[in-house]
Ligand binder design. Structure first.
Ligand code: HEM
Ligand SMILES: [Cu+2]
Length: 540
């Protein structure tokens, strides 16, 4: 008997303290926390770069930066936001929440999980150090198109190596997510009844496994073109720079769904909870997620209408792109139908979720406009595109992350955040986001090109407005940091295990803060089924 308890306690409840807890972390919650803090830090680094860009663009003419450095700022801003902030934040959420929501004790491969995370800081360090090497950081844009990316200095090599590490990290993280979701669900939770966030994480992980190696291949070919005498992308040696664009965007378009699908999952968790009504059309949400994922492999050419392609190819990419609007529309209609005639309340997570639905739709519509090949040949590389992708990435991915943070902070910290301050953060962000990015539609339509440090005089007013908006938006995010710290330090008081009346998924069955180890014995069938019934996924 004693031996049995001793055995149970040994090594299991023992938790490393100090730096060992984090460096040797194998616990999914600790690793989730590491991911989330890393993402938050990168969000501020990338955000600072965005403000440096906006400062230069406040007025025409060159004020602060040399053009070369301006290009490095845009490039690093893009890479850091995509690979350093948004993607790690979603992986952090998956790590923290999937085992809790599925009733599993941890992620499937706890030690590999440690590696997935700890590859990220060196990758980020490479990118930041590259600012200091001769020639500076990579300046060819986050898309790294040759010939620029072949001609530039060693900052590009560091970026390539950084992308290798980031890709490795993504692949290992994805293997973990897929294995956990497929094998470790509580008894009584078939795939078609698991929380939608688990579904979108699963599909996203498959996308990443499919395309991270494609990106790695593309940048490796860049590397060998740069240093080892190959001519994949060098026209002078018989290669083709356009080939790079095909490979890059075969990765790049699924990549935008890697940043969008988890956001759909989060919003699909949150809206039913605050509407106190089961999610409308659960199964159609799953099918829509899968359709979007499959279609995302067939539309890469819409980024390349301007390189010159046969009319049939243009039509193919244009129609398939438009087809994605169908499953996306299904999702938007389902979210609205969930809210229809429901008893909604508007706590901060719900506000961000609704903000997401409204603004992501705006970004979706400008995307639809860009998908029209003859229109895109006019708008390619203008600020219209910048407006479009910030609507889907900032008001889309980022807003969903804020929604998730406020939604789960009580579970993470054991304390409630200050509702008034959360709401303030939402309305402030909503306002200044639109002030920053809406005028960019007009700038783009009027012909202002992207990735330039200087511009023609007629673009002055809207640029000044956008820059003021960006500064204010940025300040609001410092306020978010303040909210998070305030909550960690006790917030407005202890949170109950189920702070949201409508929270019926399994994470609300464990105490707040979630103990270091949860679901060491899986939740019993009755608990699982009670939750499913409340979510409308199982009949009485
Ligand atoms: C709200 C804060 C942000 C502001 C003010 C901002 C501003 C900007 C600006 C001014 C550019 C340069 C456009 C150009 O000259 O082509 C840019 C590019 C970009 N931004 Fe942001 N941005 C913000 C947040 C984000 C976030 C959260 C993401 C998430 C992924 C993101 C992704 C990108 C990408 C991918 C590019 C393209 C970089 C390139 O051209 O290589 N941005 N942003
Ligand atoms: Cu695309």
């Amino acid at each position: 008997m004693t031996t049995a308890t001793e055995h149970l306690n040994h090594g299991h409840d023992a938790m490393d303290h100090g730096w060992r807890r984090w460096l040797y972390a194998t616990n999914h919650k600790d690793i989730g926390t590491l991911y989330l803090f890393f993402a938050l830090a990168m969000f501020f680094v990338g955000g600072f770069m965005a403000l440096c860009i906006r400062a230069e663009l406040f007025q025409p003419g060159l004020q602060y930066w040399q053009p070369e450095f301006f290009n490095q700022l845009t490039t690093l801003h893009g890479i850091i936001m995509v690979f350093g902030a948004i993607m790690p934040a979603f992986t952090g959420l998956a790590n923290w929440m999937l085992p809790l929501m599925l009733g599993a004790p941890d992620m499937a491969f706890a030690r590999m999980n440690n590696w997935s995370f700890w590859l990220l800081p060196p990758a980020a360090a490479l990118l930041l150090i590259s600012l200091l090497v001769p020639g500076g950081a990579a300046g060819g844009g986050w898309t790294l198109y040759p010939p620029l990316s072949i001609q530039s200095g060693m900052g590009m090599d560091l970026a390539i190596f950084s992308i290798h590490l980031l890709g490795l990290s993504s692949i290992m993280g994805s293997i973990n997510i897929i294995t956990t979701v497929l094998n470790m669900r509580a008894p009584g939770m078939p795939l078609l009844k698991m929380p939608l966030f688990a579904w979108t994480s699963l599909v996203t992980a498959y996308l990443l496994i499919a395309v991270a190696p494609v990106l790695a291949g593309a940048v490796t070919m860049l590397l060998t073109d740069r240093h080892f005498g190959t001519h994949f992308f060098k026209a002078a040696g018989g290669g083709d720079p356009v080939l790079f664009q095909h490979i890059f965007w075969f990765f790049g378009h699924p990549e935008v769904y890697i940043m969008a699908l988890p956001a759909f999952g989060i919003v699909s968790q949150i809206i039913p909870v605050f509407a106190r009504k089961p999610l409308f059309g659960y199964v159609s949400m799953v099918y829509a997620t899968c359709s979007i994922a499959i279609l995302s492999f067939m539309v890469w050419g819409h980024h390349m209408f301007a390189v010159g392609m046969p009319a049939t190819a243009q039509l193919f990419f244009m129609f398939l792109t438009m087809l994605i609007a169908v499953p996306t529309g299904v999702k938007v209609f389902n979210w609205i139908a969930t809210m229809w005639q429901s008893s909604m309340t508007f706590e901060t997570p719900m506000l961000f979720a609704i903000g997401f639905v409204c603004l992501f739709t705006v970004g979706g519509f400008s995307g639809l406009i860009l998908s029209i090949a003859p229109v895109d040949t006019q708008m390619q590389d203008t600020y219209y595109v910048v407006a479009h992708f910030h609507y889907v990435l900032v008001a889309g991915a980022l807003f969903s992350l804020f929604a998730a943070a406020y939604y789960w902070l009580p579970k993470w910290t054991g304390f409630m955040y200050h509702e008034g301050r959360g709401k303030f953060h939402f309305w402030w962000s909503m306002l200044w986001f639109n002030v920053t990015f809406f005028p960019m539609h007009f700038l783009g339509l009027a012909g202002m090109p992207r990735r330039i440090p200087d511009y023609a005089l007629q673009f002055t007013d809207f640029n000044a407005i956008a820059s003021v908006g960006a500064i204010c938006f940025g300040l609001g995010q410092v306020f978010f940091l303040f909210n998070v710290i305030h909550t960690i330090r006790g917030g407005v008081g202890p949170a109950p295990s189920r702070p949201w009346e409508g929270g019926n998924t399994l994470e609300w069955e464990v105490p707040s803060p979630a103990p270091h180890h949860t679901w060491e014995t899986p939740p019993d069938l009755a608990t699982v089924q009670r939750g499913l019934r409340a979510q409308g996924l199982e009949n009485d």
